[in-house]
Design a binder for this molecule. Structure first.
Ligand SMILES: CC(C)(COP(=O)(O)OP(=O)(O)OC[C@H]1O[C@@H](n2cnc3c(N)ncnc32)[C@H](O)[C@@H]1OP(=O)(O)O)[C@@H](O)C(=O)NCCC(=O)NCCS
Length: 220
């Protein structure tokens, strides 16, 4: 299976996962989800168009200040996976987790999500692309909250993460803060922050050798 991993940019934001045609309520797609950005759901705009605008604004602001902060996994032209990541200061809802807080100078993976074709390596490919990107930009520490009781959490089940080089830092009854040190690339952030109109992409063939950066202190 050919999976293409692309940065989320102005040009392709419209392709961010959206299942509003098949569902109602708050669970209608990553494009409209403000879970990390606005912890108080009463403050979420009523209309999906307004929620999408808030989400776009978040991406634009974080791109300007930090750089690329989201990726899509595409099979053909079909978006099947989504990841969103940034320094935790841009994600107010991290404060709600007992096993936190994430380290302030690291990057927090807020979402890792594969909607279709799970169990075929798409989630691992998406994560490898995120870690490779952060490594190339000179970021060392990457964290997320994984969940023990369910595979459905912002970043998936706890069992997924050690397989990808992450170690548990702290845990509560349900969630665990997991961390991997990806090691800073010598060139650091060569290009600086940007919110590109042109698409950066990487093609990944599931089953082929991956692009994972060298494992750091948390390797196993
Ligand atoms: C976590 C997730 C991204 C993994 O994606 P995926 O494409 O299924 O992952 P992969 O196929 O690359 O699997 C990698 C490994 O993790 C394991 N794994 C994946 N999902 C698992 C699960 N639910 N329970 C246990 N192990 C799991 C696989 O067995 C595989 O291990 P293996 O290679 O030793 O067999 C996906 O399961 C997911 O999206 N979960 C829901 C997350 C969620 O709710 N996000 C909400 C965002 S708001």
């Amino acid at each position: 299976m050919n999976v293409e991993i692309v940065d989320i940019s102005h040009d392709n934001f419209g392709s961010v996962l959206d299942w509003s045609g098949q569902a109602q309520g708050d669970d209608v797609g990553c494009k409209f989800c403000l879970y990390w950005e606005q912890p108080d759901r009463a403050q979420w705009p009523d209309s999906l168009a307004e929620r999408e605008a808030v989400k776009r604004e978040w991406f634009g602001r974080v791109w300007a200040e930090f750089g690329s902060c989201g990726k899509l996994a595409l099979v053909g032209s079909r978006p099947v996976g989504y990841s969103q990541f940034s320094p935790p200061a841009y994600l107010p809802n991290v404060a709600e987790y007992e096993c936190g807080p994430p380290i302030s100078d690291g990057v927090f993976i807020a979402c890792l999500y594969v909607r279709e074709q799970r169990g075929k390596g798409v989630g691992s490919a998406l994560l490898r692309a995120v870690l490779g990107d952060l490594h190339a930009r000179g970021i060392d520490t990457v964290e997320t909250f994984a969940r023990s009781s369910s595979a459905d959490s912002p970043s998936g089940p706890l069992r997924f993460w050690p397989k990808n080089g992450f170690s548990v830092v702290r845990r509560d009854d349900d969630f665990a803060l997991v961390r991997r040190n990806v090691g800073s690339a010598a060139e650091g952030r060569a290009t600086g922050p940007r919110w590109p109109r042109l698409r950066d992409s990487a093609r990944i063939v599931i089953g082929a050798r991956g692009t994972m950066p060298p494992r750091g202190a948390s390797s196993n």
